[in-house]
Ligand binder design. Structure first.
Ligand SMILES: Nc1ncnc2c1ncn2[C@@H]1O[C@H](COP(=O)(O)OP(=O)(O)OP(=O)(O)O)[C@@H](O)[C@H]1O
Length: 291
């Protein structure tokens, strides 16, 4: 069974930022969620796995391949959707995909046409194939990004923050597409959006400041805080006060009033009730070293 083994990966940038600190992860086929706030080191890790950046030390093995050394071979089996998909040329979707397929070594014209049509259909852009990619909406661009990712039938697919900026409808369509392709390869979804991971992944990791704080199942992550999250609706303006007195892990407005989630081993005094813990709670509890 194909497996990606990341062992003790370290990366320090010239400015002194330690972006990856002894990162160790084992990732199997299926969708793996890599969750972390901005600056956690997710993109640094994704770029390293995508052979675009070197690590200072550590190893990465994809099946038989040494990812840090056999870069060309890795690129043959890699699909990568970067955070910034670069400039969008004036070319139409069909022209651009055809060009990218050629670069990836699909040299037969007829085979390429068949592949490009198949991919455009797969990501639901066939009817828009003659439009410039530049004119696409955010969601269409991301789906186009997935189409280019899939050229060459990749074994390892990396998508970096793919749902930022998508409206709920577009996000849903994108989720469906990801879950379809995530069954056949190792797919790593890097995101700061907890809901992405909750809806799509069974295995995950939480990263912060270059370190892996959790890796394992999504359900097991929830078990960590089960029975330890309490909630209360409070008056506006009281938030700061509560933050000083309790381990507030999240707050959101519900009908205009803050609803806070507090982490506590036992029922905190003061009219709280036990909350149904969610992944966001795990995320904040981990990041604030509460569990
Ligand atoms: N080329 C670079 N040179 C110096 N520092 C960098 C470089 N790239 C990233 N960093 C720093 O390394 C840390 C990790 O950045 P990285 O982009 O990997 O995080 P991230 O989790 O992907 O966050 P984001 O979602 O904001 O991209 C940050 O502090 C960032 O400022």
């Amino acid at each position: 069974m194909l497996q990606l083994s990341i062992r003790s990966l370290n990366k320090q940038y010239a400015n002194g930022v330690h972006a990856l600190k002894d990162v160790t992860l084992t990732i199997q086929k299926g969708m793996f969620g890599l969750l972390g706030p901005n600056g956690a080191g997710k993109s640094s890790l994704m770029r390293t796995l995508a052979t675009l950046q070197d690590a200072d030390s550590g190893s990465v093995q994809l099946g038989e391949l040494d990812v840090l050394r056999e870069k060309e071979k890795v690129r043959q089996v890699l699909g990568y959707l970067p955070q910034e998909f670069g400039v969008y040329p004036r070319s139409s979707a069909v022209e651009l995909l055809d060009h990218l397929a050629l670069l990836k070594g699909v040299t037969q014209r007829a085979e390429r046409k068949e592949l490009v049509d198949y991919l455009l259909q797969k990501v639901n852009l066939f009817e828009h194939r003659k439009k410039a990619v530049k004119s696409f909406s955010g969601g269409m661009r991301q789906r186009f990004g997935i189409a280019q990712c899939l050229i060459g039938n990749p074994k390892l697919i990396i998508v970096d923050e793919p749902t930022a900026g998508l409206d709920p409808g577009e996000r849903n369509r994108f989720y469906n597409l990801l879950s379809e392709i995530g069954e056949e390869a190792i797919l790593i979804l890097s995101t700061h959006i907890v809901q992405d991971v909750r809806e799509l992944c069974t295995q995950m990791a939480i990263m912060n400041r270059g370190e892996v704080l959790y890796t394992g199942g999504v359900d097991e992550a929830l078990d960590l805080i089960e029975g330890k999250v309490y909630e209360k609706r409070i008056e506006k303006g009281m938030l700061q006060d509560y933050r000083e007195r309790y381990a507030v892990i999240s707050d959101k407005l519900v009908s205009g009033k803050p609803l806070i989630h507090v982490f506590a081993e036992e029922d905190p005094a003061g009219d709280f009730k036990l909350a149904e813990a969610n992944l966001e709670d795990v995320f904040f509890a981990k990041i604030n070293a509460l569990v």
